[in-house]
Design a protein around this ligand. Structure first.
Ligand code: FAD
Ligand code: FES
Length: 375
């Protein structure tokens, strides 16, 4: 049976949550393959957010599920640096694709993109990858909860739902610092007018310089959720935003008794490993196993405990290890473990056949013996 036969006969809302449907929307890049992509345009979304649109110079289309991300690797000061960025565009228009990037103070790649990347420039990218897509939670009633740049995956889902005329009931709740910081505000308002079961709610912490702002102020609370989305307990929830925001959302849904099997979230937080190393420095633990790790190529050797990830320990020891998401989703830190064993808890960034070949994602692997790794 062909992929097209598989999806023939599905309703639009079923296709929206169907892997085969999205795979049929373009060419799939091989896992781990790095492609050259060319920037076509750069658009200011807010004062610190830009959208970069790309195409493949060979004019191939790109297949992805709404909510997936690319790992891009621009060369910054002579070094290739990898970071993940969600495709904010819709896979229903697969010949061009976009990422929407917020400047992070002191951040290497976000600032480099804002200051340097122009139409006509090319860079390397791999992917798409990620499981924060409608396939993870097929449903007709959705609640999207986003804050800051966390809007990008749910924007991709919204654009895809609009293009498919999928009969979905979506409430899109977005939190921003001020009205001027609401990314995609005009387009979301336009979609609210054109889609029959699509509603936006924007929360702003302050009015900024928009004195006539009449929308809700402050942070999302359970009381606000109950008042504005009375049927939120019946919805499939997709959440993306800073860690503090997602912790708060989980806490308020938990306090309402929400069934968390209908909850999905994606973290953009890249500081997990920095936090982990800092916490270890503060709290030495005698009960943990201590192991020796040797880097086969450089000959470097260091010791680590079984509660550290191999990536965090290797970086702490001064090794240069390519990494991006730190969550086992992007595959950037994939490395062969030549001797010894690790416990790996990944989130889809590695395939079984790669595991069978001895590859591991170092960002989510903890040692269970001494190791020799291919670095
Ligand atoms: C799956 C996924 C999807 C994502 N999608 C998007 C998206 O759609 N849009 C978007 O804008 N972002 C997205 N991100 C985040 C993005 O990947 C980057 O993490 C973000 O742009 C910051 O990268 P940077 O290179 O600018 O900052 P980095 O150089 O990585 O720095 C990040 C922060 O850490 C601090 N820092 C750097 N080095 C150190 C150090 N040694 N010690 C302490 N602090 C340090 C910096 O000052 C900065 O505050 C996504 C992330 C993931 C994992
Ligand atoms: S850094 Fe993304 S999978 Fe390890």
């Amino acid at each position: 049976m062909t992929m097209y036969e598989n999806i023939a006969g599905l309703r639009a809302d079923q296709r929206f949550a169907d892997t085969d449907h999205w795979a049929a929307h373009g060419v799939q890049w091989a896992s781990g393959e790095s492609k050259r992509i060319e920037c076509l345009s750069v658009v200011d979304e807010t004062h610190d957010v830009k959208t970069f649109t790309f195409h493949c110079p060979d004019y191939h289309s790109l297949a992805y599920e709404p909510g997936q991300f690319l790992t891009i690797s621009p060369v910054v000061e002579g070094q290739s640096v990898s970071r993940c960025y969600t495709l904010s565009s819709t896979p229903t228009r697969p010949f061009t694709f976009s990422i929407t990037v917020k400047r992070v103070p002191g951040g290497t790649v976000s600032n480099w993109l804002h200051d340097n990347l122009r139409a006509g420039d090319a860079l390397n990218a791999s992917g798409p990858a990620g499981v924060f897509t409608p396939v993870a939670g097929p449903a007709r009633k959705m609640l999207y909860l986003s804050a800051g740049s966390g809007v990008t995956p749910v924007m991709a889902m919204t654009r895809a739902a609009a293009d498919l005329h999928a009969e979905l009931d979506i409430v899109f709740v977005h939190s921003a610092r001020t009205p001027k910081d609401i990314i995609f505000r005009d387009e979301l308002s336009r979609l609210q007018r054109s889609m029959s079961h699509f509603r936006t709610v924007f929360f702003c912490e302050s009015k900024g310089d928009e004195d006539d702002w009449s929308g809700p102020m402050g942070r999302l609370s359970l009381a606000e959720l109950k008042e504005r989305i009375p049927d939120f307990m019946e919805r499939e929830v997709f959440t993306c935003g800073p860690k503090g925001y997602m912790d708060a959302v989980q806490a308020l849904l938990g306090s309402a008794g929400f069934d968390m099997s209908h909850y999905h979230q994606e973290s953009f937080d890249i500081n997990a490993e920095v936090v982990e190393v800092a916490a270890e420095a503060d709290a030495p633990n005698q009960d943990l196993g201590t192991f020796t790790v040797r880097l086969a190529r450089s000959g470097k050797e260091f010791t680590m405990t079984s509660d550290q990830t191999v990536l965090a320990a290797a970086k702490k020891a001064g090794a240069v290890v390519p990494s991006s998401c730190s969550q086992g989703v992007c595959g950037t830190c994939k490395t062969a473990v030549l001797e010894g064993s690790v416990e790996m808890k990944h989130n889809g960034g590695i395939r079984q056949r790669e595991i069978d070949k001895g590859l591991r994602l170092l960002c989510c692997s903890r040692p269970t013996s001494n190791l020799v790794i291919d670095l």
